[in-house]
Design a protein around this ligand. Sequence first.
Ligand SMILES: [Mg+2]
Length: 260
Amino acid sequence: MSVSDSDVDSQLPPLRRDCALFLDFDGTLAEIAPRPDQVRVDAGLPGLLERLSRALDGAVAVITGRPLQQIDALLAPLRLPGAGLHGAQLRPLTDAAVQLDDHPDIATARRRLNACKPADDHVWIEDKGAVLSLHFRDAPQAAEASRRAVEAAARGLDVDVMAGKSVYEVRPHGVDKGAAIRLLMSTPVFGGRRPVFAGDDVTDEDGFAVVRSLGGLTVKVGRGDTGAQWRCVNPAALGAWLAREAARLESADANYAATG
Ligand SMILES: [Mg+2]
């Protein structure tokens, strides 16, 4: 962790034509909602991402804890490459989808978690198949009981427990956003480019570490300690930067066409 809240840097750098852009979704491209199905997407977001994708020869991907099908529905009709469920789903091209089979230890953790989850109506399990999320956004008093429940569910299994914003997640061991970005960087669309990753949550730190190790550029959205090099205050500020860079890349294209 190298950046504290007092080091906020609002001067985000320009995007180069040879970059690969990896973007988290909730809290990064859209404000977090009380429940994942209540998130609101800015009407201009799909168009902006499409322009960036065109300017970067398709090298724009969403790296999310959600299933990719939810991202497709939120950005419709746009469909981007990406990683869902923190990398348990990978889609290196827009027309492909690869999902790991349901891990037997996740099935065990699911059974245990359903049996031991806190008896609070505001604590709920989001079953994403390869990943289990225990949400307690509306029950902050249940945070500690929720942590104990996921730890009990995961005990002795080949799974990892991650803490996010008002959520604990149980995933197959070794699945994280850093591994997902590394895998995408080995595919034709993204390979050889300079990775850029923006994210807002603890689960994005694995991605920041990998992108920094690859010489890329990392942006933390919002508050909290981070290993990212840059920071912006909220999804609207990130969107403004992306819009500025899309326009700049497009005008660079126009200049090139005019002079070349
Ligand atoms: Mg997020």
